[in-house]
Design a protein. Structure first.
Length: 297
């Protein structure tokens, strides 16, 4: 899987989400060769792109088929133009994110050459970039940490799995794991004896599978690893996922500065609780959670 950054400032090409295609003309309106035309030929099914349109992150898309060449009507003159068409599925954001906000999280990882942004956060001209691992990791983290981006990114990643070349059974396992279901969900339920790891509650309607390292941030192996799963009631799950609580390597609970012990008690969270760890990999996941999610004490 590769990651892409689509900048669209004008009508030099179009993300046509209604038709499910990114259309890149061979030449611009002045007749000059469009460099993005060749770049788009490198896009492959299961790749994921971040679409910045008019200076805002509008959504993410998944490439669902290999690029193909055709002629299409394109704005602003609606003349038929030779173009490279990349079939995609687009997942829009209910609230677009300004590119300046994105830059604060990207500035230290932007490349010196071929960057989709200037160092000051200026959105560059219309172009498609393949982004390197450092930028893609940061973009994924940015999207995963904020609503509504996290839901759109998860949908794009699930679509990437669906159109990828993994065996069908493995695809289903990975996609179901996103919802705490399937092979992953069953293994986590069994691991915790079908009871909340924090309260012991064993009513199916009150407990659900909660990954320690979120599905959108995890590798495929981590997505299916039962040691990456906790079984929790809603209060514990919300506190854990929002960084209000975490667990030390020995399982001792840690409360953030935003959750006083008295309030934790009221919510049914015991400040002296100790999680019975299931293995060394679980310690690794919990350490990741403390570093990346926990709000700090």
């Amino acid at each position: 899987m590769a990651y892409w950054w689509l900048n669209q400032k004008e009508d030099d090409f179009a993300l046509l989400d209604e038709e499910g295609v990114v259309a890149i003309p061979r030449r611009d309106r002045l007749g000059k060769t469009n460099p993005s035309y060749a770049v788009a030929g490198e896009m492959r099914p299961a790749d994921i792109g971040f679409a910045f349109i008019g200076g805002e992150l509008d959504g993410v898309f998944t490439v669902v088929e290999a690029p193909q060449d055709d002629t299409v009507e394109m704005a602003p003159d609606f003349q038929r133009r030779a173009a490279r068409l990349v079939p995609v599925r687009f997942f829009g954001l209910a609230i677009p994110v300004r590119v300046e906000e994105t830059t604060l999280r990207l500035r230290d990882v932007l490349p010196a050459f071929g960057s989709p942004l200037d160092p000051d956060g200026t959105n560059k001209d219309t172009v498609i970039h393949r982004v390197g691992e450092a930028v893609s990791d940061r973009l994924v983290a940015l999207a995963a940490d904020a609503e509504p981006m996290s839901a759109s990114l998860a949908e794009a990643m699930a679509e990437a799995i669906a159109v990828g070349d993994l065996p069908e059974e493995h695809k289903n396992d990975l996609i179901e794991a996103r919802l705490g279901l399937g092979r992953f969900g069953d293994a986590v339920m069994a691991q915790w004896d079908r009871a909340c790891c924090g309260t012991g509650t064993a009513v199916d309607g009150l407990i659900h599978v909660n990954p320690i390292k979120p599905w959108v941030r995890a590798t495929n192996d981590e997505r299916l690893d039962p040691e990456n799963g906790l079984l929790m009631v809603a209060t514990w799950s919300l506190a854990f996922n929002s960084g209000l609580i975490a667990f030390e390597d020995d399982g001792a609970i840690v409360l953030s500065a935003d959750l006083p012990a008295t309030e934790a008690h009221k919510a049914g969270i015991a400040p002296d609780f100790r999680l019975p760890l299931k293995g060394d990999r679980q310690r690794t996941y919990l350490a990741w959670h403390r570093m990346n999610v926990f709000a700090g004490s």
